[in-house]
Design a binder for this molecule. Structure first.
Ligand code: A3P
Ligand code: MG
Ligand code: MG
Length: 361
């Protein structure tokens, strides 16, 4: 607890660490967080081709009662997990800077959930993560680093876990439609939809916001909008599923998940979360988490990296490692490590070379 607002602890020149904040009290001066403003949106087609339009936009519709979340499982077109790259976000950012998007109201893969996991770190008890970070001038770039073993684990999911994951997507299908107010296939199917889940298809929003003194650009998938898309985040809806709560242990688990739901939506400016439970639950406990701890931590984390990483070594890549219950460690990758991060592509560090050139870096 004493370390809460203390300086970073320097262990050795090659490894710099940042300890966790205390969880026992809310920060006395939480950092200001600016309401996210949308810059632009984009879609992924059924073949996972990125297009700067709203073809993948979906509208919310109440799900049928007693929906079978396993329906269509065998037909699931599942986009394989891959190393998330920043490229789609950089493409969007570049487009925005050139004024190529159709006005402010016009119109990213699983990877962006790393921004949630940074903020959630103080409450993380089990799963660590690794980030690659570059500091180019005043800007910090982040990408998640997935080790080969982790990537393999994601793609070779246990059948039970895989099915559970499908339930989340099936719920999204039951709750969404491409025409506001009208369910597709409603007359022809007992299930109200064709059971055709294709997780290549995504609709994404890129927003800018500010935490403390740092301006942030993030992108993320948006599940659907309520009634009408007005070119902003005001009626965005996040859809979630959760298993039945059968006792206090389940309840604690659900409480923890809520923090993730909350931060994921909050960061993108999504004001509404709809949670589908497999069966009804009874829950009324007080919140087991404090989002201000996460925001203050996020602010401290960004400031720490900003103050610690030298500004003039643009091509260097830094590896940030979270050890649950311990804290953050930062170390510079050696040449071999950087080569691994480039993955054989034409990159400067982990940034695509076209972006590097375009930004005049
Ligand atoms: P649930 O959230 O209902 O479990 P999102 O909620 O972010 O829109 O993601 C949609 C679904 O993708 C999730 O549904 C879940 O099934 C799956 N999913 C999300 N994050 C995941 C992760 N890190 N690993 C595996 N599956 C994930
Ligand atoms: Mg989603
Ligand atoms: Mg969702």
């Amino acid at each position: 607890a004493e370390l809460e607002d203390g300086p970073p602890v320097r262990k050795s020149p090659s490894s710099i660490t940042l300890a966790y904040p205390s969880l026992s009290h809310s920060p006395s001066k939480p950092p200001p967080f600016q309401q996210p403003t949308q810059l632009l949106t984009f879609s992924y087609t059924p073949d996972h081709v990125l297009e700067f339009n709203d073809s993948a936009l979906r509208y919310y519709i109440d799900p049928p009662l007693g929906a079978d979340l396993g329906y269509g499982y065998d037909k699931w077109i599942r986009r394989p997990d891959e190393r998330g790259r920043l490229d789609p976000l950089l493409q969007a950012w570049s487009r925005f800077k050139k004024g190529l998007c159709e006005g402010p109201s016009s119109s990213q893969s699983r990877a962006p959930d790393i921004h949630v996991r940074i903020l959630i770190a103080p409450y993380e008890e089990r799963d660590g993560w690794e980030l690659n970070v570059m500091r180019v001038g005043g800007t910090l770039y982040f990408e998640e680093h997935l080790s080969e073993a982790k990537l393999k684990g994601k793609n070779e999911m246990e059948p039970r876990h895989r099915r559970q994951t499908y339930h989340g997507y099936a719920f999204e299908s039951y709750c969404t439609t491409s025409t506001p107010g009208r369910r597709e296939d409603d007359s022809s199917h007992v299930h109200g939809w064709g059971g055709d889940v294709n997780t290549n298809v995504q609709w994404c929003s890129v927003v800018k916001t500010k935490l403390g003194d740092r301006r942030i650009v993030i992108g993320g998938e948006v599940d659907c909008v309520r009634e009408k898309y007005s070119g902003n985040t005001a009626n965005f809806v996040e859809l979630k599923t959760s298993l039945t709560i059968r006792g206090s242990a389940d309840e604690t688990k659900f409480e923890k998940k809520l923090l993730k739901f909350y931060l994921q939506s909050f960061l993108l400016g999504v004001p509404e979360i709809v949670v589908g439970f497999h069966t009804p639950i009874h829950s009324g406990s007080a919140r087991a988490w404090d989002p201000l701890i996460c925001l203050a931590w996020g602010d401290r984390f960004l400031s720490f990296l900003h103050d610690t990483l030298p500004a003039n070594t643009g091509k260097d890549v830094w590896r940030v490692t979270l050890s649950p219950k311990v804290g953050i460690a930062v170390a510079k990758l050696d040449a071999l490590g950087v080569e691994d991060v480039m993955g054989g592509d034409d990159r400067v560090g982990f940034l695509p070379r076209w972006y590097w050139d375009e930004m005049g870096l």
